[in-house]
Design a protein around this ligand. Structure first.
Ligand code: AHG
Ligand code: MN
Ligand code: MN
Length: 342
């Protein structure tokens, strides 16, 4: 029996046909992101060969060391999307301010937010890294896009996705109509549909958290973790296995396919980061949109991530993401042990 080969371009087009109001612009925008992903994938594969490794000598807006490949991925996404007339404004984890469309070029209807290279501390140890993106419709009617166009809750997303640069390169995206995964055929240069309609398995396998931060955890997070390990009397019978890569995209992708929960809670490690480490706009919100469309759930410990309206571009949030029952259990432990009763 032969099997049909579906390229990402054809898939996006067919998804768009389901929306009669669509104009083709959206299809092209998603395809532009796939193109950027291919360029970053090519550069990632060469990372050990060319002198691209090491610190670029500056820090990003969060004061963290920035690797050269971050800069490259950031600039690639910006360059590809600045001149097409499809985007009104962009926001990137690596840019302090919003990214405006250059003077003289048309602005479009969409807003693109992204973490150009996630897991950058893993680049020079040859561990998987990724790109995360979200697409909104602009709120303002015309003219250059604004910061308000970027600060929208996840419920307003029209699409979200990620690319993982691992043992193979994969792009996973949703426009709200199923979550679909494509694997890059590096010889042909096309993303081909390999994982249609991804759903979280009902029986979760893994929990993923940085155990090195345990001394700084709250009581609720500590007890929730013991519950996952089967040490709490109300625990599910079989303890979950632990897996942690330290690249959100890779940890999320594994748990999406195998079932489980990833969490980066608020902790007491760094008083300047009372809400944990991850960014609401570029990391938590797009992955929350994907997980919900795969049958899962994402929370900041007290409320759905998708309900939060960001108030600043680089806002951080605690994140609990994966199988719904596990995330709700985390919320229950936090409500019971961490929230002052009123
Ligand atoms: P980024 O490389 O975009 O700054 O993100 C790094 C994040 C994320 O990928 C990962 O989940 C987390 O950092 C790991 O942090 P710890 O090393 O503190 O566990
Ligand atoms: Mn990141
Ligand atoms: Mn990053």
């Amino acid at each position: 029996m032969t099997q049909e080969v579906i390229t990402i371009e054809r898939h996006i087009l067919e998804q768009e046909r389901a929306h009669p109001e669509a104009t083709g612009v959206f299809t092209s925008l998603l395809y532009d992101i796939a193109l950027a992903a291919k360029i970053v994938a090519r550069e990632t594969r060469r990372a050990g060969l060319v002198e691209i490794l090491g610190l670029a000598g500056r820090t990003n807006v969060q004061g963290e060391a920035q690797m050269k490949l971050d800069v490259f991925a950031n600039e690639t996404l910006i360059r590809i999307n600045s001149y097409t007339g499809r985007v009104a404004v962009m926001a990137s984890e690596e840019e302090e301010d919003i990214i405006r469309i250059p003077e003289g070029y048309p602005t479009g209807r969409y807003v693109l937010v992204f973490d150009p290279l996630d897991g950058s501390s893993n680049i020079d140890v040859n561990v998987s890294i990724g790109t995360i993106f979200g697409i909104y419709r602009r709120r303002t009617k015309e003219g250059p896009g604004t910061v308000e166009d970027c600060l929208q809750p996840g419920r307003n997303l029209v699409a979200a996705g990620y690319v993982i640069y691992g043992s193979s390169t994969m792009m996973v995206y949703t426009t709200g109509n199923g979550v679909h995964g494509f694997t890059l055929d590096p010889e042909v240069g096309e993303f081909l549909l390999s994982h249609p309609n991804i759903r979280l398995p009902e029986k979760p396998k893994y929990y993923s958290v940085n155990h090195g931060n345990e001394p700084y955890w709250t009581e609720g997070v500590r007890r929730f973790t013991r519950w996952l390990q089967g040490l709490d009397e109300e625990s599910p019978r079989k303890p979950l296995s632990s897996r942690y890569i330290g690249s959100l995209v890779a940890d999320f992708h594994r748990n999406l396919l195998a079932g489980g929960i990833f969490y980066y809670p608020a902790d007491r490690k760094d008083p300047r980061k009372p809400h944990g480490k991850l960014r609401l706009l570029y990391e938590a919100i797009p992955l929350a949109f994907i997980v919900e469309h795969a049958g899962g759930y994402a929370s900041d410990g007290t409320q759905p991530i998708l309900d939060i309206t960001p108030t600043s571009l680089h806002q951080r949030t605690p994140l609990f993401i994966g199988n719904r029952d596990l995330v709700e259990q985390a919320e229950a432990f936090i409500a019971r042990y961490d929230q002052p009763s009123t």
